[in-house]
Design a binder for this molecule. Structure first.
Ligand code: AMP
Length: 524
């Protein structure tokens, strides 16, 4: 039996924790609310730049003033404790103000992806029961009439409308309890209807605190951030910086030259990215390793970082990106160490305070090296989804992530993610893990990107199919790719069909959308 928790606690003590492990959990949850902690930093760093997005920057003092005014304006219009407020827009200072002001008003942020269609948004509004909306003007048309008319609805990118808001009586920060809701974070829903993960202030604060410890955040840090604020990890990157008294620079665009010039101009110390961004950087003719010189930390997460890509980064920048693992429901719960050895293809060991195991279907830990479901417990883990659905997601108090993984005894007991249990394909009665086939395909110089999925098959139950983006348009040789795979994989794992595409269908944080991928095949 392997319990990742026990060795992990020992391992973490070797990484210079600022507090003894026994005190860690209570320390992580001692501060109840995000607005309180933000106000503390605003007091300390009033004149320092808190956030820059494109050409607009605000100091901590200015940010707090705007947050308090927008919160006061909402409270005057009847927004109260625990009310859900829809926030939606492109990356901007105002979007961040809207999120923080919602919490400052004691309400719950419900941040929608600005690429949602009216139909997707309708689900979110109805499910969350939002009664107020802070949105970019061009997105207002998507709201249903009731919300459009709600007294606390404002277009956050409209200077005229916002002038009224800035004139409002500032609200003082609420005295919130850790157990009160901070956010309903709708999961990215690459497979089904988005569900709202209910996250309390204590959950989010524990998440941010553990990131501070594990990655040694200080107020001297400058974060350059390539994730959208509409995504939980995107926002939490900025919240982590804010609660550390650091500066965040949120990229309005993520083209290679803009990323690199920003890193240099800002003397960035921390860079948050996802595998799709690393791929874009490394594969562009314009990749300039010197732009990364000032960084002490560069990360990857939200989706698997191919070992081959990690190695490309290592040979250019000296080390692989620090890969981390987590989800909307848990926060970041596993990471490669900041100062210890990083192993590409693994996500590392538990974050401070998090407990992580690999379990069988009864919730018992499996042996080291064996594949099972990753289950997680700890102060950053949510209590359930908004409106129920909780029972099947937890087993004896452990959250079932739906991710399959194994503890690798040959790699410092780090966790390897094998795939999602829902994505596991059963073909001819045999289990096939898409990621294994994708890894094998990417070892071919013909393939730049690959994604594998199972489609219904009368002969096999499910059949393995794969979409590839060729390394160059001329390199489209499906037979050669198949020959490459046949040398590496048992016949039942070799895709029955390969589709060549110019780009994989990805969502806003670069994850492949399984729904859109499957629709490349004509299913009857
Ligand atoms: P989200 O809730 O959108 O953050 O998605 C969480 C899911 O992303 C996890 O359950 C994993 O399936 C996947 N994920 C996150 N980080 C990684 C990683 N480093 N490697 C592989 N998959 C990851």
């Amino acid at each position: 039996m392997t319990d990742l928790h026990a060795p992990s606690v020992r391992a973490w003590t070797t990484y210079d924790l600022p507090v003894p492990v026994a005190q860690l959990r209570s320390w992580l949850v001692q501060d109840p609310s995000i607005p309180d902690l933000f106000a503390q930093q605003a007091k300390r760093h009033g004149n320092k730049v808190a956030v820059r997005v494109g050409d607009e920057s605000v100091t901590y003092g200015q940010l707090q003033d705007r947050v308090a005014c927008l919160a006061g304006w909402m409270v005057e219009r009847g927004v109260g404790r625990g009310d859900r407020v829809l926030v939606m827009g492109e990356n901007s200072v105002e979007l961040l103000v809207a999120c923080l002001a919602t919490m400052w008003a004691g309400a719950v942020e419900v941040v929608a992806n600005p690429t949602y269609t009216a139909r997707e948004l309708a689900h979110l509004v109805t499910d969350s029961g939002a009664t107020a909306a802070l949105v970019d003007g061009h997105l207002k048309g998507l709201l249903d009439d009731e919300l459009k008319r709600a007294p606390a609805t404002v277009c956050i990118d409209n200077n005229k409308e916002m002038a009224g808001v800035w004139a409002a009586e500032p609200a003082s920060p609420p005295q919130m309890q850790g157990g009160e809701l901070a956010a309903l974070q709708y999961t990215s829903g690459t497979t089904g209807h988005p569900k709202g993960a209910s996250l309390t202030h204590a959950n989010v604060v524990a998440y941010l605190r553990s990131v501070h410890i594990a990655w040694s955040w200080t107020d001297a840090d400058v974060l350059v951030h390539s994730l959208p604020l509409a995504h939980g990890h995107g926002r939490n990157g900025v919240y982590a910086a804010l609660l550390a008294g650091a500066t965040s620079v949120v990229l309005p665009r993520t083209d290679v030259s803009h990323i690199q010039s920003t890193l240099t101009a800002e003397h960035a110390t921390v860079f948050y990215a996802v595998p799709a961004i690393w791929g874009r950087l490394v594969n562009s003719g314009d990749f300039r390793p010197s732009a990364f010189d000032s960084l002490r930390l560069y990360t990857s997460g939200s989706a698997a970082l191919e070992p081959s890509l990690a190695r490309q980064v290592r040979s250019a920048l000296g080390d692989v990106p620090l890969e981390r693992y987590g989800s909307t429901e848990t926060g970041i719960v596993v990471t490669n160490p900041l100062n210890g050895p990083r192993v590409e293809g693994t996500v590392g060991q538990p974050m401070p305070g998090a407990e992580v195991r690999v379990a069988d279907k009864n919730g018992e830990s499996v042996d080291s090296g064996e594949v099972g479901e990753i289950v997680v417990r700890g102060p950053s883990v949510f209590n359930g989804y908004w409106r129920g659905h909780t029972d099947t997601d937890f087993i004896d108090g452990w959250y079932r992530t739906g991710d399959l993984g194994a503890i690798d005894p040959e790699a410092h007991n780090y966790l390897r993610i094998v795939g999602r249990s829902r994505e596991m394909i059963i073909s001819g009665g045999l289990n096939v893990y898409p990621r294994e086939i994708e890894h094998a395909a990417l070892e071919s110089f013909l393939v730049r990107e690959a994604a594998v999925v199972g489609i219904p098959s009368s002969r096999w139950g499910e059949e393995v199919v794969m979409a590839i983006v060729p390394e160059t348009p001329e390199a489209t040789d499906v037979d050669a790719v198949l020959a490459h795979l046949r040398q590496r994989l048992a016949p039942y794992k070799v895709p029955k069909q390969i589709r060549v595409v110019s780009a994989l269908p990805r969502n806003h944080v670069g994850k492949v959308s399984m729904k859109d991928l499957t629709s490349l095949w004509d299913l009857r």
